[in-house]
Design a protein around this ligand. Structure first.
Ligand SMILES: Cc1ncc(COP(=O)(O)O)c(C=O)c1O
Length: 377
């Protein structure tokens, strides 16, 4: 069977698994605010989906996105999720022979997008105590060359949960500017950070701020994100975007409602996310060989290092899967460090995390004694 078929069948099995505990994809499983649900239902009841949405997104949504980001002198277009914004930006700005610089670990898909246009990828290792599990700006400076066309910064970092300080962001922006490179600031998880600084504040000319509605609002299946940059750059990117016929109009109505109730609704979601993380940290502390190296996490997930327990992350995932709990193997994010950790996402009902914590010690024991091939993606 072809790889894409195997991968698809894997995710098809997951979405059709009754009662699966989704603790692996940083998706948000908290109940929607009634106003968001109502907006989605109203759009469907009104049968609005017969029309194409405006190519750059509903004006009300665009204005709300800009207000939320709080950036001046930029504009925004709505995309089919952050991933489509990343795909389009990388494809539009890179030529064969160019270089994209990012961290290791990072979110891997933009690297595949860069390679698919003949560009090369440079990864700066940030995993490990020697790096403090974060990117020191001077290490970025060391890796930038005249070929560097894009710096791809996932901040907060998925999977690590580290987040750049305002000083670091300013330095990273300066390094990108000095190199004449675009800075893609992937802020998919910014709402979960203790403090988050947008690089566009320091480098408005060539920073592309990419944001998602999948994580904070829980719209992963609805596919909505945004791309925000200086108007000339957006004009260039808006010439031939893949969603030129507009993004999902039902999702956009829900996103508008979501932004309007965000201040009221999201703090509880964040509190639950952080309580869930604390519960996992406590449980992990009692299991020999495990540790949570980055805590508190600035994302809605954390990594649990299991290399010292002598277990393969895939074996832990497989053992938890038997209890209908999905967590992610590190190899999804990084070839170099993927054998060291699993990632657990935490914007979920408390009960799911209680169950995870109950099953985790047994899953580690089972993983110690297991050998085998795991078909995980
Ligand atoms: C860093 C990062 N960027 C982008 C995405 C994709 O977001 P979206 O669902 O909006 O396409 C993800 C999804 O996990 C992510 O982790």
């Amino acid at each position: 069977m072809r790889d894409f078929e195997r991968r698809n069948q894997h995710f098809d099995r997951l979405v059709n698994s009754q009662g699966l505990r989704w603790l692996g994809q940083n998706t948000n499983h908290m109940p929607a605010h009634p106003a968001v649900r109502d907006a989605l239902v109203k759009s469907i009841d009104d049968e609005e989906y017969h029309v194409y949405a405006p190519p750059a997104g509903l004006e009300e949504l665009r204005a709300l996105i800009l207000a939320d980001l709080g950036l001046d002198a930029v504009t925004t277009i709505v995309t089919d999720g952050a991933i489509a914004a990343l795909y389009h930006t990388v494809h539009s700005l890179l030529d064969p022979g160019d270089e994209l610089v990012t961290t290791d670990p990072t979110w891997a898909w933009p690297m595949a997008f860069a390679q698919s246009v003949g560009a090369s990828v440079v990864q700066i290792p940030i995993y490990g105590d020697e790096h403090g599990f974060r990117l020191a700006p001077q290490r970025l400076a060391q890796h930038v060359t005249e070929k560097t066309k894009i710096v791809y910064l996932v901040d907060p970092n998925n999977p690590l949960g580290c987040c750049c300080t305002p000083e670091e962001i300013e330095q990273i922006a300066t390094i990108a500017r000095d190199a004449g490179a675009y800075l893609i600031h992937d802020c998919t998880y910014r709402d979960f950070a203790y403090e988050h600084t947008l690089a566009a504040r320091f480098y408005p000319e060539r920073t592309i701020t990419i944001w998602s509605f999948s994580k904070w609002l829980g719209f992963a299946g609805l596919r909505i994100g945004s791309l925000t940059a200086e108007p000339g750059l957006v004009e260039q990117l808006a010439k031939a975007p893949p969603n030129n016929l507009g993004s999902n109009i039902v999702a956009q109505r829900g996103a508008i409602a979501g932004l309007k109730v965000k201040a009221e609704w999201f703090p509880d979601v964040l509190a639950t996310t952080r309580d869930n993380q604390a519960m996992i940290v406590e449980t992990v502390a009692d299991i020999e060989g495990l540790r949570v190296p980055v805590t508190p996490s600035n994302g809605n997930f954390l990594i649990v290092e299991c290399v010292d327990a002598g277990v393969a992350p895939e074996a832990v995932c497989a053992a938890l899967a038997k209890h209908n709990v999905m967590v992610r193997q590190g190899a999804y994010h990084t070839k170099t460090f993927g054998d060291r950790f699993i990632k657990i996402s935490t914007t979920t009902p408390r009960q799911w995390v209680d169950e995870l914590c109950e099953f985790l010690p047994g899953a580690i024991d089972e993983a110690r004694n297991s050998s085998g091939d795991f078909d995980l993606f």
